[in-house]
Design a protein around this ligand. Structure first.
Ligand code: SR1
Ligand code: MG
Length: 424
């Protein structure tokens, strides 16, 4: 494929002819295109994803479409999201080596990235959790990933000049930010066109939440924070569908929503997905109770937050080379405790904010356009609604009361209490 050709979406039928001359792809999977097997496996909301298998290997070809795949061409979306995904992946690899798929090739005009194929037994984390699988390493791996990427992409670590240049680059990811700004922070709380919810079961609760002034104010304060606090390069869409796992490996994928925003956003979205999985487990108990799975999911939230805090604190002490909380003010004057006090303050603020982002993320996955398979795959609508109602109540509580909640144990105790209520 030459870069001069105008954009054209690939298909299973055309891929071999169009990419047969691509050196990077041929080097990975073999030159004989007759032997290539191509499958389109994209199950996300936005893009095409092909797995291409050749005589000597396999690769993933991911291509953006000029519209939102979930909705169709009535919702145009720029191809440049592929550019942001590519640049986010390269930064994530540099800041947290081994945590993302390797990139083989990027074509900006065709909005395509050729990358490492994470072959089975890799599966999407969300799918594994729905199946009731307990992955032993995810809390450690994801906790390290978020601490390293969030810390090393911020003014705590980077040279101000480099960070500002990067901030300018990602500031153009306007349309994907707009999706989050609308779909996450506003649409769930009014009768937005593309909203849907389990109806009629949740109608009353939806009306209550839309009339909930404290909740709406909180959601807008969080939106304000999201839009105005360009703290670090975020993944921007770190949910359990953006993580691939085996029993021993964890890789983060799909950072096309990357932009400079508040650290707490990635952490909050991630934990929200574990809490949603927790509330959805009751709907997946056909083959036996999921008590152990529920306990596991809460442990994952506890461990992820603990690993994150430990690694972030380690980086604070060893890699704080940026302009913020500079060592000349603290350690260089023998004031190690001053630096620790500042660290406590940063972590405390992050904790308070992540609870808000988590609560709002739970709401949008139940009330907005883009739902989660965790709940969607519960066929019995009454049972699904019961799981969703409990998650909504939990989300509301942690978002609105976030300044009064001081530990993850407190949050998990609340989740357990709400989950055990007979029905809402
Ligand atoms: C229209 S896109 C809907 C959602 O899909 C992505 O994965 C993001 O989470 C976005 O909010
Ligand atoms: Mg995605």
């Amino acid at each position: 494929m030459t870069e001069e050709l105008p954009f054209e979406a690939l298909s299973v039928e055309t891929l071999a002819a169009r990419l047969g001359g691509n050196d990077a792809l041929c080097a990975k999977i073999g030159k004989d295109t007759d032997a290539w097997k191509v499958r389109e496996v994209g199950d996300g909301n936005l893009n095409l994803v092909f797995i291409v298998e050749g005589a000597s290997g396999a690769a993933v070809v991911k291509q953006a479409l000029p519209y939102v795949r979930l909705v169709g061409d009535s919702w145009p979306l720029p191809l440049k999201r592929s550019f942001f995904e590519y640049h986010a992946l390269t930064r994530q690899e540099a800041r947290a080596p081994g945590s993302v798929p390797a990139i083989h090739y990027f074509d900006e005009r065709q909005a395509l990235i050729i990358m490492e194929y994470l072959a089975p037994p890799h599966i999407i984390l969300r799918r594994a959790l729905i199946d009731g699988r307990q992955l032993p390493n995810i809390a450690r791996d994801i906790g390290l990933f978020i601490a390293r990427t969030l810390f090393r992409g911020s003014d705590l670590h980077m040279a101000a000049k480099d960070r500002k240049a990067d901030l300018a680059l990602f500031a153009d990811n306007v349309e994907l930010c707009d999706i989050t700004e609308s779909l996450v922070f506003s649409d769930p709380y009014f009768d937005a066109k593309m909203n849907r919810h389990t109806s009629p079961q949740l109608d009353g609760l939806v009306a209550e939440l839309r009339a909930d002034r404290d909740l709406k104010v909180e959601a807008q304060r969080l939106k304000h924070l999201f839009a105005a606090n360009a703290e670090t390069l975020l993944h921007g869409d770190l949910h359990s569908g953006s993580i691939m796992v085996t029993d021993t490996e964890t890789r983060m994928i799909d950072p096309e929503f990357a932009f400079y925003g508040p650290m707490a956003f990635d952490v909050g979205m991630l934990l929200a997905n574990f809490w949603m999985s927790f509330f959805s487990q009751r709907g997946h108990e056909q083959e036996g109770r999921r008590d152990a799975m529920r306990a596991y999911l809460l442990e994952v939230t506890t461990e992820t937050w603990a690993v994150f805090r430990a690694e972030f604190s380690h980086l604070w002490r060893t890699e704080r080379t940026g302009m913020l909380y500079q060592k000349s003010l603290f350690e260089d004057q023998g004031d190690r405790l001053g630096a620790e006090q500042a660290l406590d303050h940063v972590l405390h603020q992050m904790w308070t904010d992540l609870l808000g982002f988590a609560g709002i993320e739970v709401h949008r996955r139940i009330l907005g356009l883009a739902h989660n398979a965790d709940f969607e795959t519960i066929a019995d609508e009454d049972l699904r609604a019961s799981c969703e109602a409990k998650a909504l109540k939990f989300g509301r509580h942690i978002a609105v009361n976030r300044r009064q909640i001081h530990s993850i144990d407190e949050v998990n105790n609340l989740a357990t209490l709400i989950e055990q209520e007979s029905s809402i």
